[in-house]
Design a protein. Structure first.
Lengths: 83, 252
């Protein structure tokens, strides 16, 4: 496999791992951070595929503003997930 | 019950993966997205019709400008909905806020405030650059607006929310959002008054001393500025209401 495909496979594996972790972890603040990580990995994938506008938007919105909103919400409710 | 949910989720995932094997290879010139006549039309005609090198922005703001206008209106409605749900006025304004766990009343930290003081002008300048340069490089109105809104959120995080609201209060943010949509729809209506269809930017060449292609270029910039106004205002208004449960005091 060429280097680019290995890169893609790595990022996709990280995506699945991040998704599973964000569901299993009990601390909601950690889960918000993992959402941000997921967003940033998607941004990397799109930038590698050549869709730079989409990657730019995802970086600004997902790894920037959306994570801040989630953290602000978590700060206002209990930090421990009840399930 | 949760086992059933797990089975359903796994089955759906397997079905999606099976469907994904049917996709064309990435970069395939025969795939429906590349070989359709619409794609060929856009790729061939964007430079000729509008003189905008960035085809993504040209399709977003000119060929499919109607969709972008409604996307902006959707963002505006989302901001209004959050303000309407969270903001406390009238009889509710006197109830004490629920106590947050780990609430620490901290003074603004020296290192953070000085770093942010240096960074925020650069961030805002970069946001304006992204907005203005969206015609030739990746970017455009939406990205620039989000970065600008995030710069205000950064000020609110480094000091506290009243410091940021001195610079952009929620009332003014709502007005800014409305002005953005007014700008977008206004350019469309203005084109209609000049004899074209709604959002037919080429008609603006009757009032501006430019050719028809450059009229579309400049109208696209105006439209992107409208989108940026709305997105900036909505991002900050959502943060202000979300972090303080609608009370707009205290802060994160």
């Amino acid at each position: 496999m060429s280097g680019l495909e290995i890169f893609n496979v790595f990022i996709l594996i990280f995506l699945v791992v991040a998704a599973v972790i964000s569901l299993r972890v009990k601390d909601l603040l950690t889960a918000s951070m993992i959402f941000g990580i997921y967003s940033f990995l998607m941004c990397l994938l799109w930038a590698e595929m050549g869709a730079v506008d989409v990657a730019f938007t995802e970086a600004a919105v997902g790894a920037g503003v959306s994570t801040v909103f989630l953290v602000a919400t978590v700060f206002n409710v209990k930090r421990r997930s009840s399930d | 019950m949760r086992k059933l949910a797990l089975v359903v989720a796994v089955l759906t995932g397997a079905l999606l993966l099976y469907a994904a094997t049917d996709f064309p290879m990435w970069g395939d010139p025969e795939s429906p997205a590349s070989a359709s006549p619409i794609s060929k039309h856009f790729i061939a005609k964007t430079g000729v019709d509008t003189e905008v090198p960035n085809m993504v922005t040209a399709v977003l703001a000119d060929y499919r400008g109607f969709d972008t206008m409604f996307e902006t209106i959707v963002i505006f409605i989302a901001g209004m909905a959050i303000i309407a749900i969270l903001k406390r006025t009238g009889a509710d304004a006197d109830k004490p806020a629920t106590k947050r766990e780990n609430e620490v009343a901290a003074a603004p930290d020296l290192i953070v405030t000085n770093t942010v003081r240096l960074l925020v002008p650069v961030i805002q300048l970069f946001a304006l650059y992204v907005l203005a340069h969206g015609h030739v490089s990746p970017g455009g109105g939406f990205q620039g607006g989000v970065i600008m809104g995030a710069s205000f959120i950064l000020v609110a995080l480094a000091w506290d929310l009243p410091t940021a609201m001195d610079r952009l209060s929620v009332d003014r943010a709502v007005m800014l959002a409305s002005v953005g949509i007014l700008l977008y729809a206004g350019i469309g209506l203005f084109s209609m008054l000049l004899g074209g269809e709604f959002l037919d930017y080429a008609e603006l060449s009757h009032v501006l001393p430019v050719s028809r292609e450059m009229a579309r270029y400049h109208a696209m910039l105006g439209v992107e500025i409208g989108v940026a106004f709305t997105v900036t205002a909505v991002m900050f208004a959502i943060y202000a209401n979300l972090s303080t449960q609608g009370r707009l005091e205290g802060g994160l």
